[in-house]
Design a protein around this ligand. Structure first.
Ligand code: C5P
Length: 228
């Protein structure tokens, strides 16, 4: 796997306050990463038009973590599909009916992966508890027909074992060197994430708040590529 392949496995969380700052960062990082993740902060501020703009140059993971009654979630998934994003997510904690409704709505959009949040990487439960719950929720998502999950690096191996190698794992909580852990709890560095079998790495503050974001992105890519 070469550097370009790893760029396509790094998702930068554009947790910016407005479109102007988001586009400035997109332009800087344009050649360095394949994906941008749009979460609550930016989506609430700028909405669908910003996502459409990002989609002109990059793949987009719409990280709005839907968790509502099945009909409402299905409708939101349909809207995400129409927007054209390549990945969208729901909370596995929403239960089987909600997950199945989401899968049905997503089936009209074969180019969009539907994944479920297992346990937030900021959750303070013990690693053993988190692992058990993450695997249980991943299995629930798999049985409902979702393509993968968001989980911590430390749960990837068990989830792949339970749900199969092709079940996608997207891992936030990435930190390296002397970076501040901030509100994340179950963290890992980019090299260990790849060695653990993670398919995609989500990185926010270590890149977007870096002095030179392109250097931080390249550092993450180099660490991914150094995985054995
Ligand atoms: O800044 P940092 O690298 O901690 O950002 C992580 C990003 O991943 C944030 O946008 C956060 O909302 C998101 N995320 C997460 N844990 C999850 C799902 C998404 O940290 N389980």
């Amino acid at each position: 796997m070469n550097t370009e392949d790893f760029r396509q496995r790094l998702m930068v969380a554009l947790d910016m306050p407005n479109a102007q700052e988001a586009f400035a960062l997109r332009d800087q990082l344009a050649e360095h990463v394949g994906w941008f993740k749009v979460g609550l902060r930016l989506f609430v501020a700028e909405g669908a038009s910003l996502v459409r703009n990002l989609l002109e140059t990059h793949k987009v993971f719409l990280d709005l973590k839907f968790h509502d009654i099945p009909n409402t979630v299905a409708q939101a998934i349909e809207s995400a599909g129409k927007l054209g994003v390549q990945m969208v997510n729901v909370h596995a904690a929403g239960g089987s009916d909600m997950l199945q409704a989401a899968v049905k709505a997503a089936s009209a959009f074969p180019n969009m992966n539907l994944i479920a949040v297992t346990v937030l990487t900021s959750d303070s439960m013990s690693p053993e508890e988190a692992n058990k719950l993450a695997v249980k929720r991943a299995l629930l998502a798999k049985e409902a027909g979702l393509q993968g999950v968001v989980c911590s690096v430390h749960e990837v191996a068990n989830i792949k074992q339970a749900c199969g190698h092709d079940f996608i794992t997207v891992t936030p909580g990435i930190r390296w060197g002397s970076q501040d852990v901030q509100d994340q709890k179950r963290i890992a560095d980019p090299k260990f994430a790849i060695e653990s079998g993670a398919d995609y790495l989500v990185v926010g503050r270590p890149i977007i708040q870096a002095q030179i974001p392109t250097d931080a992105a390249d550092e993450a890519i180099a660490m991914m590529a150094a995985a054995t």
